[in-house]
Write a protein that binds this ligand. Structure first.
Ligand code: ADP
Length: 485
């Protein structure tokens, strides 16, 4: 398995390896160890941090420079890093968190590829300070990357260990603050959103000595979505019948849109501009429902295992179809084929069967269809309420899963008769944490000219491509159709 040094995009499991490789932490008291580590890391030939103006500052505070921000890596990479090639200020806002009911999402900035061993840390610092072969460079180091990492919320201590191991609570391994002569910042703050920013504030204070500066969850979701949609090429895409197609929305036509964030629960937000939005609806039947019910019914150990099961499922064994009621016939008068789902899980009541008699694969698929379709349908109804044509779906429930996206897209397309369109985002789960990251610089995007932000598509020529995850979909009318009639 690739370790942290090779792959900045981490799954929770990778952390174990990182801890083995490079840190041995006292889980209970990392800050107690901090001094010791700093001393150990010190090298006598290390130059002191530069003073004066060797690093450009565009104002009194360091600025986040999002110009020419671009995704790094191929079009299929999950949660890819975002390159900020023009970042020159020494931003201290290295880390932001979104601590949700199921997952913690981290966004952090670093100047370099993610290399995390202690040797490399020393090298990084030298590079950061412009020291090469003993000569200090007189010009600033330009550019850096936004990295995206997630942890399960119930494993919050692993998240804290990760932050600690990378010194993200002290400005990152690029920063001067881990050098022994740099005073520990007693007032260090980290921007954080989501309910866990409240729930775990004391734990962060206790273990890392930092204060979580709480940002409103909806503000952050919208700010994150706007940033991605305005600034990042190859971010938004459609997914219909197994076909993925990137779209670039003209900035002048972006608003209004409906943002549907499918996390543990679901929020539906009408977005009218930067900071202008209204939460118009939501549903408690969301990602937490799929994972929670799915886990109980299938005994799966992880969310991804549950998703994977669904790929081998056949929902006809559990769902009650129109054909089951009509003796195999369509209900053609109102346009329902025999394969249309009349009632999700409806067959489970009519047969003399117990849970063990159903295949976990089939259960998972029925559940996934039920929830995805339902969210698609409610989203469409809200788009209709406000005359919105575009619906962007975010949140980690989607997980880049082809079947989930196709089902949602089908529901939107079917009910709107093609008038509304479902779109997805590559950084689907990180909208809130990105918004929190940008809240260090409230004025962020407004200050930037459009042409600085994006290398635009020639309109009408969207990039198409991409490998398809999940099973072949066949006829979507059969796969994801009407739930009730
Ligand atoms: P929240 O902020 O409520 O935690 P997220 O956007 O992080 O919301 O999405 C959480 C949902 O993502 C879960 O309810 C589940 O459906 C899905 N999910 C995807 N990957 C995982 C995972 N590794 N562990 C738990 N849930 C996951």
């Amino acid at each position: 398995m690739a370790g942290l040094r090779d792959d900045p995009i981490l799954e929770t499991n990778d952390i174990k390896e990182e801890k083995r490789e490079e840190v041995s932490l006292d889980k209970n008291k990392p800050q107690d160890k901090e001094k010791e580590r700093d001393i150990n890391n010190n090298s006598n030939n290390m130059a002191p941090p530069p003073t004066g103006n060797s690093i450009h500052r565009s104002g009194s505070r360091p600025q986040l420079d999002l110009s020419k921000a671009a995704i790094q890596g191929n079009s299929e990479e999950r949660d890819p890093t975002i390159l900020l090639p023009n970042q020159s200020d020494d931003i201290s806002s290295h880390l932001a968190l979104d601590i949700g009911g199921s997952l913690i999402k981290l966004v952090y900035f670093s100047r370099h590829e993610d290399r995390s061993s202690d040797d490399k840390r020393k090298k990084n610092v030298k590079e950061r300070l412009g020291i090469s072969n003993g000569n200090r460079r007189s010009y600033p180091v330009l550019g850096g990357r936004l990295h995206f990492v997630k942890f399960e919320t119930h494993k919050i201590n692993e998240c804290i260990d990760f932050i600690y191991s990378k010194r993200l609570h002290r400005g990152g391994i690029d920063s001067h603050s881990w050098l022994p002569d740099a005073p520990a910042n007693e007032n260090a703050i980290i921007k954080a959103t989501g309910g866990g920013a409240y729930k775990f504030a004391d734990l962060f204070k206790q273990r890392l000595g930092v204060t979580l500066d709480k940002e409103d969850e909806m503000d952050c979701l919208v700010a994150g979505a706007n940033f991605l949609l305005k600034a990042i090429r190859h971010e938004a895409f459609t997914h219909m019948e197994g076909q993925k197609e990137f779209v670039q929305i003209d900035q002048n036509e972006l608003f209004p849109y409906l943002l549907v964030n499918i996390g543990s629960g679901v929020s539906m937000i009408k977005v009218d501009g930067e900071g202008k939005f209204q939460r118009v609806s939501g549903t408690n039947v969301g990602g937490g429902t799929y994972w929670g019910l799915g886990r109980l019914l299938t005994k799966c150990k992880s969310f991804d295992e549950l998703l994977e099961l669904s790929q081998r499922g056949d929902n006809r064994t559990i769902d009650m179809l129109v054909g089951d009621i009509y003796g195999g016939m369509d209900y053609s008068k109102i346009g329902l084929s025999a394969s249309t789902i009349a009632s999700s899980f409806g067959k489970a009541i009519s047969e003399n069967k117990e849970l063990e008699d159903y295949r976990p694969e089939d259960i998972s698929l029925s559940l996934l269809r039920m929830i995805s379709y339902n969210i698609g349908q409610i989203s469409y109804l809200n788009a209709l309420r406000f005359g919105l044509k575009r619906i962007f779906f975010g949140g980690f429930f989607i997980r880049g899963h082809a079947y989930t996206m196709d089902t949602i897209s089908f529901a939107v397309q079917f009910w709107s008769k093609g008038e509304a369109q479902a779109m997805f985002l590559r950084h689907e789960g990180f909208l809130g944490s990105l918004g929190a990251f940008m809240s260090y610089e409230k004025h962020g995007l407004d200050d930037l000219m459009v042409h600085q932000l994006v290398e635009r598509f020639p309109m009408g020529a969207p990039y198409t491509g991409g490998k398809i995850h999940g099973p072949p979909l066949g006829d979507l009318n059969e796969k994801a159709s009407k739930i009730v009639f």
